[in-house]
Design a protein around this ligand. Sequence first.
Ligand code: CA2
Length: 147
Amino acid sequence: MKTAYVFNGPNLNLLGTREPAVYGAQTLADVEALSRAACEQHGLALDFRQTNHEGELVTWIHEAGRAQAEGRAAGVILNAGAYTHTSVALHDAIKGAGALVIELHISNVHAREAFRHHSYISPAAKAVMAGFGVAGYPLAVAALAGM
Ligand code: CA2
């Protein structure tokens, strides 16, 4: 059974506690449960993580890239949070690791502030999803299973 990695970046541990108009009322634990149910439906194992540290995301992408090269991973669903808009290191990590990444955002970043319109992840990603709310996570799992 292949693993779907779901990596969440800074402040996503706050989901469900503030800004419900932007991010909804569900917590990160709820997002994990949604992702797990989708993985079970599609015959994938789930490795779900969150960190507030950029370098940790870099290390995790390297790990997922190795697992993918060994045929053990389906790919990565990456919500890099605000690092999306700032991190050349994450861009380089995705390219360097050769990881199949679906970039995911809960909100429609293109309908928000201009500083959220640019992504360093997008040019290195296989696909980009934004604006589906937390329902984007199970949709991304289904997409990964079909890739
Ligand atoms: O829409 C998304 O998923 C984002 O990746 C979320 C990031 C934001 O910086 C990106 O531009 C878009 C922020 C995550 C912070 O989440 C919070 C949730 C509740 C309360 C405060 C922050």
